[in-house]
Design a protein around this ligand. Structure first.
Ligand code: ZN
Length: 325
């Protein structure tokens, strides 16, 4: 089955009006990672190493199935989002999403359910962008009312809410979610490449018409629903947590430090974790000697002075003989 569909720039414009809120984006790798087999997302860079901005043509290619993009919810200039998505991927995920969708409907809020691997994504679209904080307050309260678990605070399973942050600073991105209507490179063959919305026939034309026709949530209505409410205490801290590290598209056989270490936290512009080379010598007990650039995860260094060769050797991936000697 061919995964490509004819898509036009007009479709891309309609899609962008609904979903694109900032020009930073991610691309899903079409090649599985050699070890994990997963199709990671990375932020595309130009040949000059500059971030690439999302264009109408890129959105068209996403709809056509030539590539798959991920979108960020929050525009850092306004802290607002055009949509909110609830991602659920566990055994009873679909039951929870349908429960949420019903409650939203009761609250006068239409939401569109998109299939995914095990569960789905439930999308709300706003008439005008709303504060990410407000949208999150609303969903936390709906989830609480229905006893639907939200991931975080120690729970392994639960729904994930996009935007994941109440706010992002300039130069930060938050977490991207796979943009709807495109193909999923990890789902090809077995699942017919694309996950569609349940609410319309499985063609781009019908799906876009369905999304265009979906009643959009007004900010005044959202504000009324959350009057006097805030983010529940147990999740207030979680909103401060940084995005998880983003992978970059590896060149053939390229070493990626993020495949080998588990980051502990973000400190300014770096991820921080225990240096493998220090650890091999029984040092760095506090686990914060290794810094990995958030922006450019190819760059990393050890504050105790371990060289790149030492770190690579400690990870069992020594730098190849040659010009580095
Ligand atoms: Zn070290």
């Amino acid at each position: 089955m061919d995964h490509r569909l004819p898509a036009t720039l007009q479709m891309a414009r309609e899609f962008s009006r609904l979903f694109v809120n900032r020009r930073a984006y991610t691309v899903q790798s079409q090649r599985p990672h050699p070890e994990s087999g997963r199709h990671y997302y990375y932020r595309p860079k130009s040949r000059e190493d500059e971030p690439v901005e999302l264009t109408g043509e890129t959105v068209r290619k996403h709809l056509a199935g030539e590539m798959t993009i991920g979108l960020y919810a929050i525009n850092p200039a306004t802290q607002r989002c055009k949509w909110m998505a609830i991602d659920a991927d566990y055994k009873t995920a679909l039951d929870d999403l349908i429960k949420l969708q019903r409650q939203l409907q009761t609250d006068g809020i239409a939401a569109a359910l998109e299939k995914s691997k095990r569960g789905g994504h439930l999308w709300m679209l706003f008439e005008q962008p709303v504060l990410a904080y407000d949208a999150r307050v609303y969903i936390y309260h709906v989830a609480g009312k229905l006893a639907v678990q939200v991931k975080g605070s120690g729970l392994a399973e639960g729904v994930e809410i996009f935007p994941k942050q109440d706010q992002v600073r300039r130069g930060q991105f938050g977490n991207a979610i796979r943009a709807p209507l495109g193909v999923h490179w990890g789902a090809r063959e077995s699942r017919g490449w694309r996950y569609w919305y349940y609410g319309a026939d499985y063609s781009l034309e019908h799906q876009l018409a369905y999304l265009n026709g979906l009643p959009k949530v007004k900010e005044t209505h959202l504000r009324a629903m959350i009057a006097g409410k805030s983010i529940p205490q147990e999740f207030a801290q979680q909103a401060e947590r940084p995005e998880s590290p983003r992978y970059f598209e590896p060149k053939q056989g390229e070493f990626r430090i993020l495949d080998y270490v588990q980051v502990k936290r973000q400190a300014g512009r770096n991820w921080v974790t225990r240096c493998p080379s220090c650890a091999a010598m029984g040092h760095d007990k506090s686990g914060d000697n290794l810094a990995i650039s958030v922006e450019e995860p190819r760059k990393y260094c050890c504050w105790a002075g371990c060289t790149r060769d030492m770190i690579r050797a400690a990870l069992g991936r020594p730098v190849a003989n040659g010009r580095l000697r």
